[in-house]
Write a protein that binds this ligand. Structure first.
Ligand code: ADP
Length: 166
C-alpha cells in the first residue's frame, strides 16, 4: 500500500469585509486554527455599493491579520469556486450569526457544491459577543456619530471616523 500524502486544508474565507469587524476577525482567528492556510478573500462586487474600495479593505485586512502567520489576504471577482480552484483551496469558510444567515448561506453552499463538488463549505457559529455585529450596522452607527469601539479593530475605527468626517 502506498502512503497517502498528508492532506492539507487550504480554506478561503470570502466576503465583502466592508469593513472588517471583530466578528470577522474572531472567525479568522478560529479558522486559522483549523486550516493549514487560510485565505481571506475580498469579493469585488460592482453591484454592491461599498464604503471602502477593495484596495482599502485589503489593506485593512492585511494589517489586522498580521498576527496570524498562516492567514493571507486576497481579492477576487467572478465565481468563488473559480477563485477556490485558482488558489488550490479545498474548503470555503463562512460564518453564521442567526437563522437569517443560515437560509442565505445554505443556498450559496448548495450552489457552490453543484458548481464544484469537491469543495466543502465549513461554517463556524459567530461568537456570542459578536453575533449581532455586521459591517452594515457598524457603518450605520458610525455614520450617525455612534461609538463602535470594541466592535471593529482600532485601525478600522480610525478609518471609519475619518471617512464619516468627510
Ligand atoms: P457577504 O457580503 O459575503 O455576506 P460579509 O463581509 O458580510 O460578506 O460576511 C462574510 C462572512 O462572514 C459571512 O459568512 C458572514 O455570515 C460572516 N460574518 C459576518 N459578520 C460576522 C460576525 N459578526 N461573526 C461571525 N461571522 C460573521
Amino acid at each position: 500500500m502506498t502512503a497517502q500524502p498528508p492532506s492539507r486544508i487550504v480554506a478561503i474565507y470570502p466576503g465583502s469585509f466592508d469593513p472588517i469587524t471583530n466578528g470577522h476577525l474572531d472567525l479568522i482567528s478560529r479558522g486559522s486554527k483549523l486550516a493549514d492556510r487560510l485565505i481571506v478573500a475580498v469579493l469585488q462586487n460592482q453591484r454592491k455599493q461599498s464604503l471602502f474600495t477593495v484596495a482599502e479593505r485589503v489593506e485593512m485586512l492585511t494589517e489586522v491579520v498580521r498576527p496570524y502567520p498562516n492567514v493571507e489576504v486576497g481579492s477576487f471577482h467572478g465565481l468563488l469556486v473559480d477563485y477556490v480552484a485558482a488558489r488550490g483551496a479545498n474548503f470555503i469558510l463562512r460564518g453564521i450569526r442567526a437563522i437569517s444567515d443560515y437560509e442565505y448561506e445554505l443556498q450559496i453552499a448548495h450552489m457552490n457544491r453543484l458548481l464544484s463538488p469537491g469543495v466543502e463549505t465549513v461554517f463556524l457559529m459567530a461568537a456570542e459577543a459578536y453575533s449581532f455585529v455586521s459591517s452594515q450596522l457598524v457603518k450605520e452607527v458610525a455614520s450617525l456619530g455612534g461609538n463602535v469601539s470594541g466592535l471593529v479593530p482600532p485601525l478600522v475605527e480610525e478609518h471609519l471616523r475619518s471617512r464619516v468626517a468627510k
